[in-house]
Design a protein around this ligand. Structure first.
Ligand SMILES: Nc1nc2c(ncn2[C@@H]2O[C@H](COP(=O)(O)OP(=O)(O)OP(=O)(O)O)[C@@H](O)[C@H]2O)c(=O)[nH]1
Length: 316
């Protein structure tokens, strides 16, 4: 493919699924390149990830989720997978570890079926009639790769937007919306990466906010602080998706670079369709974050970062 051509058309051809989930069609995305990120820039090898623990979390919103905490060989951060649906199973979590007891396995969440007081075996749930089988290396034999594309959001941590009620960005709203769609769908996964502030960290992001109040846009502020516009990597997300057996995904995003990045250099994961994340304030019901800051944030994403998002013409 000619890397100089404007490739936004290619993304336009990607099956686009409306936020109310409908069945997705497979897409051959060979040659997908964004005008920002090229697949050749991606690392040859993926980080090694291991799911350290999994636990069931009943939520205030209704659906139950399974929180998976990962370790890896590139940083010391606690990256997460928020899993909707019991059929999504981590290979590294379930793999038998030398010397561990059935109680150890239940404690770290490597059990089949449901936990209940007095349960003794991790690998068999007598109430539900479920049993895990393993190969000689201790890998679980039960099929873990799913046949249907799974709804996935790759979300980067945003303390301000998710916890401190910030109206400078729509990160908290996007996170809630992803959870709502997956809860409704009964299936999906949010990979939650600890790369705050597009990878520059919270302290630097706060400095960027001051520069924005002094007149810079989000990209200019990063550059003034001698950071790239976007310092993130999505290799950990690719490795986590592979560990969870999510090889074909429907990705919730407006960011074309994220699609290329999460697929990885050799397209180990395939984004077969995309669900746009339209700010709630741009939708008809008029809910969602409204501020001049969030408008500037979204405008810069569209004008400088190539995001696949356009404001409804009535609001322009
Ligand atoms: N440096 C910087 N980071 C920001 C700013 N506003 C939000 N962020 C960070 O941007 C990240 C959120 O990006 P995402 O929600 O993954 O958005 P995206 O990759 O741009 O695209 P989508 O998938 O379409 O949402 C989080 O890490 C936020 O902390 C800002 O003004 N400056």
């Amino acid at each position: 493919m000619n890397c100089n051509m404007d490739t936004s058309d290619v993304f336009d051809q990607m099956p686009l699924i409306s936020p109310t989930i409908s069945p997705s069609k497979a897409l051959s995305a060979d040659g997908l390149e964004s005008h920002h990120l090229s697949r050749t820039q991606l690392p040859e090898t993926l980080p090694v990830v291991q799911c350290v623990a999994r636990a069931r979390i009943p939520t205030t919103q209704g659906p139950e989720i399974f929180l998976h905490l990962y370790s890896n060989n590139v940083d010391n951060k606690e990256h997460l997978a928020i899993v909707f649906g019991e059929d999504i199973r981590s290979k590294s979590l379930f793999k038998k570890r030398p010397g561990e007891s059935q109680q150890d396995r239940m404690t770290r969440g490597a059990y089949v079926g449901k936990l209940y007081p007095g349960r003794k075996l991790a690998d068999r749930d007598d109430n539900l009639g479920l049993e895990l089988r393993f190969d000689d290396q201790g890998n679980v034999l039960t099929e873990t790769n799913l046949n249907e594309p799974t709804l996935v959001r790759i979300h980067s941590e945003c303390y301000t937007g998710e916890t401190a009620w910030s109206a400078r960005c729509d990160c908290g709203e996007q996170f809630d919306e992803a959870g709502r769609l997956m809860g409704e769908n009964g299936h999906g996964c949010i990979v939650y990466l600890r790369q705050e502030g597009r990878g520059i960290g919270l302290g630097e992001k706060l400095k960027a906010y001051n520069l924005q109040d002094l007149g810079a846009d989000t990209v200019q502020a990063n550059l003034m602080l001698r950071h790239p516009a976007d310092k993130r990597s999505f290799s950990l997300a690719t490795a986590i998706l592979l560990d969870l057996g999510l090889l074909e995904i429907t990705l919730l995003t407006n960011n074309p670079d994220k699609i290329i990045a999460v697929e990885g250099k050799n397209r180990m994961v395939k984004v077969v369709s995309r669900v746009p994340m339209i700010p709630l304030a741009w939708q008809q019901n008029g809910a969602g974050i409204k501020s001049k800051e969030v408008e500037g944030y979204l405008r810069t994403k569209v004008e400088k970062m190539g995001h696949l998002l356009s404001r409804p013409s009535s609001d322009k």
